[in-house]
Design a protein around this ligand. Structure first.
Ligand code: PLP
Length: 442
């Protein structure tokens, strides 16, 4: 096809394109997370589990656009559905049935989703979820876990880069700013707690009991360490919110893939609100927030007292709705079980490789995602999982080795996100590449 021919005859190298990029885009990239030292590699095309760069080098892709592609690249059913929609128009100043049908599908999957609204990214979903909680409770503060990533809304990103020089006492973790110029007023309204540590978390929440609108929990927070939220921790926070008039807000932007109804299906308690994103867009920009009817009422334009006038030019965009709906219909219970079983098999093989190479490496994760840690036993907290400069440098060298020598892409914390188009062949390629890497960096 013409695209492929173009890629083969590509005259410029990634380095040359990057030199131009740096003149007009800060650092040459619009996403700091994809920056690759000394320059990023530019993509030509991708299909299934493989992505090919402009120099025609094909790589096995465990990044899947930062966990956003559950069926890999360019799945034919998604492509067909999207092309059909695009021919009918891509955005309108009118409501679409596509939005309603997709909303129904997601609400039918997850019992806590009584009402849902769509936005354009996970960041926007978390922001809207927080504003909904504030509008409903009339309270300003949020509580979030130390080091947890919830996107780039000012309040949600506080503490995301907490490090030993500034993270404070475990009894009183600091609300660490992320960007120069973060207003003190933002920091004052964000309470930080240590994930999975019931005793300290409850004591910290108690100090702010009457002011907290919501406690945000990612059930498997990847930047914290991709460890699962302990059942008794989630239940304790749920009970605390019941007693103190706050809401339990789940960030399932990444973890919705874990089970048919999201990772929340694995707990006995239900969140009041949930933020979604990534896979539910089928490869297109999307976000959503969902929850209890009485809470989501703050968004209803028919109410005499509209408390949160939410909107968005591209919210519930029909292309994203169509791609998302097609994707999630295919991501049924059988597909989830098959994918999670395959990922389990992969981690079993990698544990074997760790043993053979005799290296101090451990694995965290659940469902179709895992993260490697350069530690002999799996970390149980952000502070344990924290990577100092030396570890980060080593991890970057490992990622480079995988990318350049083994032709395997991972997310930059040594995290893999699996897709349903992967098979035993890809698992074998991954475990062999990691065995080679473990031996080389020993
Ligand atoms: N929440 C979590 C847990 C995430 O991992 C991310 C993105 O990586 C977000 C929210 C923000 O989503 P987006 O990048 O679509 O704004």
């Amino acid at each position: 096809d013409t695209d492929h021919i173009n890629s083969l005859s590509h005259k410029r190298t990634s380095e040359e394109i990057y030199n131009q990029a740096c003149k007009i885009i800060p650092g040459g990239v619009s996403r700091n997370t994809i920056f690759h030292h000394p320059y990023p590699h530019y993509i030509s095309h991708a299909n299934g589990c493989y992505a090919t760069d402009i120099n025609n080098i094909q790589r096995l892709d465990f990044g899947n656009n930062m966990a956003a592609l559950i069926h890999g690249h360019a799945h034919p059913d998604i492509v067909d559905a999207v092309i059909k929609q695009i021919r009918k128009g891509t955005a309108y100043t009118m409501a679409t049935e596509a939005e309603v049908l997709y909303a129904q599908l997601l609400c039918d999957r997850t019992p806590s989703f009584e009402k849902i609204r769509f936005v354009n990214s996970g960041t926007e979903a978390v922001m809207a979820m927080i504003k909904t909680a504030r509008a409903y409770t009339g309270r300003p503060k949020i509580a979030k876990a130390e080091g947890a990533y919830h996107g780039t809304y000012d309040f949600a990103e506080v503490s995301q880069t907490a490090n030993p020089a500034n993270w404070g006492d475990i009894n009183q973790p600091n609300s660490v700013p992320v960007a120069n110029g973060t207003p003190q007023s933002v920091l004052n309204d964000v309470i930080i707690f240590p994930y999975n540590d019931i005793e300290h978390t409850l004591a910290i929440l108690d100090q702010n009991a009457s002011e907290i609108a919501c406690v945000i929990i990612d059930p498997v927070p990847h930047r914290v360490g991709l460890m699962e939220g302990k059942t008794n921790f989630i239940e304790a926070i749920y009970e605390w919110t019941r007693k103190n008039g706050a809401l339990l807000a789940f960030d399932e932007v990444v973890t919705y893939r874990v089970n048919y109804g999201g990772a929340q299906q694995n707990y006995s308690v239900k969140p009041d609100l949930t933020a979604l994103g990534k896979i539910i867009g089928g490869g297109f920009p999307v976000g959503a927030f969902a929850g209890r009817s009485d809470i989501m009422k703050v968004l209803d334009p028919r109410e005499s007292k509209l408390l949160f006038p939410h909107s968005g030019t591209f919210s519930a965009n029909p292309v994203s709705m169509t791609a998302g709906h097609t994707t999630m219909k295919m991501y049924n219970k059988d597909a989830i079980l098959k994918l999670n079983t395959l990922t389990q098999k992969a981690t079993d093989q990698i544990r074997e490789a760790i043993k053979i190479a005799d290296v101090p490496v451990s694995i965290t994760g659940t469902g179709s995602m895992f993260r490697l840690h350069l530690k002999p036993s799996a970390p149980t907290s952000y502070r344990e999982a924290y990577q100092n400069c030396e570890t980060k440098t080593l991890i970057n060298e490992m990622l480079d080795y995988l990318f350049l020598d083994e032709k395997i892409m991972m997310i930059n914390t040594l995290t893999c996100m699996f897709s349903t188009v992967m098979t035993q062949k890809e698992i074998d390629m991954l475990s062999q590449a990691l065995l080679n890497m473990f031996k080389r960096f020993k």
